[in-house]
Design a protein around this ligand. Sequence first.
Ligand code: NAD
Length: 492
Amino acid sequence: MPEAIASYQMLIGAQWVDACDGEWIDVENPAKKAVFARVPRAKKADVDLAVAAAQHAYKTWSKVAAAERGKMLHDIANELEGLIEDLARAISLENGNALRTQSRGEARMAVDFVRYVAGLSREIKGNTVYLSSDNLDYTRREPYGVVGAIVPWNAPLLLAALKIAPAVMTGNTIVLKASEEAPIAVQKLVRVFSNHLPAGVVNVLTGNGIECGVPLVEHPDVPKISFTGSTPVGRSILAAASSRIAAVTLELGGKSPQIVFPDVDINHTVDGVISAMRFARQGQSCTAGSRLFVNESIAKEFVEALVNKLKSMKVGDPLDDATDAGSVVNAKQYQRVCSYIKEAMELDPSALLLGGLPPTEGPLSQGYYFEPTVFYNLPLEARLTREEVFGPVISVSTWKSEEDVIERANSSEYGLAAFVWSRAGAPAIRVAHALHVGWVLINQGTGQQIGHSYGGVKQSGAGREFSLEGILASYTEVKQVSYNLGSHGFAE
Ligand code: NAD
């Protein structure tokens, strides 16, 4: 018997609602290629209602004492603590990420981030300029009003928490559009926010990019847009915002390099490279280190060790605790990754060292699964050497001189992250300083940590949101107040 399809709703003001026109979007479990839920298909009319609710709530919310807002966020974090497993399972079910290696960590971090932001509520500070004893010149950090936020599917819960908590802590209200591919965990998260915040402070819409994302971005009453997603969509958002000079923060795509020096411990570094490539997330991470440059003196041994370790990765059911890596998110992404692999295999069949096109029979053919895939010395015409694949595919090449590898690493339109592997401090730091990216990791393949100044340069984004400084810059605008304390002709 087919499993029942659960219906979820959107939050607008104090109400959980269907879409105005009653349409729905199916949500698929990519590990089984089966629809398991549906969410409202929001369009412009729903966006208008949500923005109106957020605008109404802003009038009082922006006047609530910052410490009081922080306290509410603490209470939200406390309630979320008890829901981590439920949230993690919701993520795995909708986006195919493995529960043990990914989703639990994502849910944990989302809760930790809300708590971190709660603690920052007393840090909304301006500064003073001393001009003379007759002047008081100071700045205030004020909220924008209604923030329009849009998130992708690859870390849906964390990215939603990353937008909602800072926006409301700084006195804004928010309309968040969840990804149509992964709206369920976000919906569960927002339910907890709504348990502790006044009506209309947080609103969540579910809809696709064109029908729901565009009207949100174009809405005249949304002065600030915070977007995480692909570079092409980020570009269109920036263009839409320019017509009314709306403020925009963009966290976009990447094609991050990894540079391995000849002095590394190969066994340890291979583990780090696998983690940096986010193989356990099927490569579906903006910071995936998908261009691997290995010094030619150790290349043969290094690549052999990489392939051997990847062979032992267990790909399979995301909800099984024995699984290291789950499935990619949907049929579209599956076809996209296939097309990159197919093109590369046609250009040079001998470059494929592991993986390749996905299995067409057996258990892995029942979902959108790929084996970890390694290409070695592919010709540069292969698009996967330059473009963001967002799949478990790494492209390895060799280098001789530091100058050459820096130039090749920098020859990308993206500038999100880079990984440098070396036991010698000076060369690693020299290379880190020469790389034109927003984040360099030396001898580690871990993810972002709360408090990092994380964000991209070039076409990987604009602005920062992970740290106190980033939050204040992204979610408040600065007002200068200049007060004449002397009489200067004015009556006291
Ligand atoms: P996407 O750009 O296709 O979609 C992201 C969100 O934007 C979704 O909610 C979608 O519905 C919406 N959207 C689509 N078209 C829109 C439009 N024209 N106007 C307004 N909204 C629109 O990205 P995706 O496939 O969901 O996510 C993967 C991408 O996100 C990758 O490029 C990845 O690198 C990037 N990403 C970046 C970061 C970061 O921190 N830099 C983090 C996670 C993901």
